[in-house]
Write a protein that binds this ligand. Structure first.
Ligand code: HEM
Length: 209
C-alpha cells in the first residue's frame, strides 16, 4: 500500500505543478498538454501504470480492512483514541471521497461526458484548448463545490498517507522524526493550496478566458 500510494502521491504533485501553468496563460498550459499528447507511448504507459497503481492500492486497502475486522470480530465497548489522528481514522472515508472525485474528474475533463460543450475546443494555435476547458468549468458553482469537496478528501488522505507510508518504508528514525511527521501535512497543504488556487482564481474572475 505504501509503495502504490507513493506513486499516486507523486502523480498528484506533478499534476498540480503542471496545472499551475494556467497562471502563465493559455499558450503555456495548452502547449504543455499538447506536449504530453505528442508522446503517445509515454502517455499510455504512464496512464496504464497509474491505473494499475490505483487498482492495486484500493484492492490492498480492502484486503487490509477485511483482515483488521476479522482480527477483532467483537467491537470495542468504548473507543478512546490516544494516538490516532482524525485523518488516520478516516482514511477509508477520505479515500472514498477521493475515488468519487477522480471518477467525476475523468468523466468531466478527460472523457468530456459531463458538460461536453467545451470538450473539443481548439485554441488559436490549433491545440486542444485545455485552458478554455478549465476556465469554463470553474465558472460553474456546482462544479466548483464538487472540486472543493474533492480537495478536502485529497487533503485529509494525503495528510496521513505521506507520513504513514514513509514510516512503513522504515524511515522512522529519532533524528528526523519531526520531519517525518511534518511531511504529510506539508505535502497535503501544498497540493491542496495549489489546486484550490486554480479553482478559486477562475471562480472569482482573477483568471479569465
Ligand atoms: C484544480 C484541480 C485540477 C485540475 C484543474 C485538473 C485538470 C485536469 C485536466 C485539464 C485533465 C485533462 C488533461 C487533458 O485532457 O489533456 C486532467 C486529467 C486527470 N486528472 Fe486532473 N486536475 C485537477 C485535480 C486532480 C486531482 C486532485 C487528481 C487526483 C487525485 C487528478 C487526477 C487526474 C487524472 C488521473 C487525469 C487523467 C490523466 C490522463 O488522461 O492522462 N486531477 N486533470
Amino acid at each position: 500500500m505504501a509503495l502504490s500510494g507513493m506513486g499516486l502521491v507523486l502523480y498528484v504533485v506533478f499534476h498540480m505543478l503542471g496545472n499551475l501553468q494556467l497562471f502563465e496563460g493559455s499558450h503555456a498550459l495548452n502547449g504543455y498538454a499538447a506536449s504530453l499528447r505528442d508522446m503517445p507511448i509515454l502517455l499510455w504507459t504512464a496512464r496504464m501504470g497509474l491505473l494499475s497503481l490505483a487498482v492495486l492500492h484500493i484492492a490492498l486497502a480492502i484486503q487490509l480492512t477485511v483482515r483488521n475486522r476479522r482480527a477483532r470480530p467483537v467491537a470495542y465497548a468504548i473507543r478512546r483514541y490516544r494516538q490516532a489522528s482524525v485523518a488516520s481514522r478516516t482514511m477509508a472515508a477520505s479515500g472514498s471521497v477521493l475515488m468519487l472525485f477522480i471518477i467525476f474528474h475523468l468523466l468531466h475533463l478527460t472523457v468530456g461526458v459531463i458538460d461536453p460543450s467545451s470538450a473539443d475546443r481548439l485554441d488559436t494555435e490549433g491545440h486542444r484548448d485545455v485552458y478554455g476547458k478549465i476556465v469554463h468549468a470553474f465558472q460553474n458553482p456546482f462544479i466548483v463545490a464538487f472540486y472543493l469537496a474533492g480537495q478536502l478528501g485529497l487533503g485529509m488522505h494525503l495528510n496521513h498517507a505521506v507520513t504513514s507510508s514513509l514510516q512503513t518504508m522504515g524511515l522512522e528514525r529519532a533524528a528526523f522524526n519531526r520531519l517525518l511527521k511534518a511531511a504529510g501535512p506539508t505535502v497535503a497543504l501544498l497540493v491542496v493550496l495549489g489546486n484550490v488556487a486554480i479553482i478559486l482564481a477562475i471562480f472569482l474572475g482573477i483568471v479569465r478566458g
